[in-house]
Design a protein around this ligand. Sequence first.
Ligand code: HEM
Ligand code: HEM
Length: 187
Amino acid sequence: MRNEPSFVYNAPARAFHWLTALLLLIQYVLAWTMPDVHRDTKPVGLIAWHLGVGMVIVLLLVVRLVWRGVHGAPPEPDTLPSALRTLARFTHALLYALLIAVPLMGWANASSRDWSVTLLGVPMPPLSRAGSSIGHALGDWHRNFAWVLLALVGLHVAAALFHQFVLGDGTLRRMLPAHGDRARSEQ
Ligand code: HEM
Ligand code: HEM
């Protein structure tokens, strides 16, 4: 019990994790409710929200990766078979890669439509030329890889539930405001 805090992600890492999950949920709802994007579509209303929330996800991910680079992650309990540990690490790395690649593709597509993209109101540079065929194609990639990201999140959540309800090994608590925090403040 005394050593437990060291197995729990620190508070900022947990905040980044759950904020990303929340923004991603909002982002998919926006994507599926916004009007279809055609040649003459203007980036207003729900589409503008989709671009805006997507850019905040990019910012959050950059800050999160810097934080992780500086502070690292808590040690993994050695109860997990090494194959599963490798699978978990691989899935997490892929989640990070897609969390950066999917919005960048959307950004490039928006630029190819000559839409201005802003981050919290600050104009961002275009990622492709207006009318660019690559930027156009990246719109399809953006949509397809958003499905891959969603499938991977599904796998990740299923794994978390498997840990919690089948293995009962406390993995979920690594991402929750755990007793560990209280234990630490009481010490
Ligand atoms: C992780 C973040 C993001 C996710 C999960 C996401 C998800 C999606 C999904 C699922 C669609 C398809 C909607 C449909 O089928 O009708 C879509 C379309 C689109 N998104 Fe995103 N998006 C993200 C970030 C962004 C960003 C940052 C931008 C631009 C700055 C953007 C721009 C677009 C555009 C322009 C489309 C229409 C593409 C087309 O139909 O050619 N997205 N997005
Ligand atoms: C109900 C939803 C979710 C649950 C229950 C959950 C649970 C967890 C847990 C327990 C961990 C720690 C695993 C460990 O270190 O052993 C974790 C890590 C992680 N989660 Fe989630 N998660 C959820 C949603 C998401 C979403 C939506 C994303 C982003 C797409 C995400 C991305 C990650 C990443 C990248 C890590 C690795 C953190 C690191 O070591 O840097 N999770 N999650």
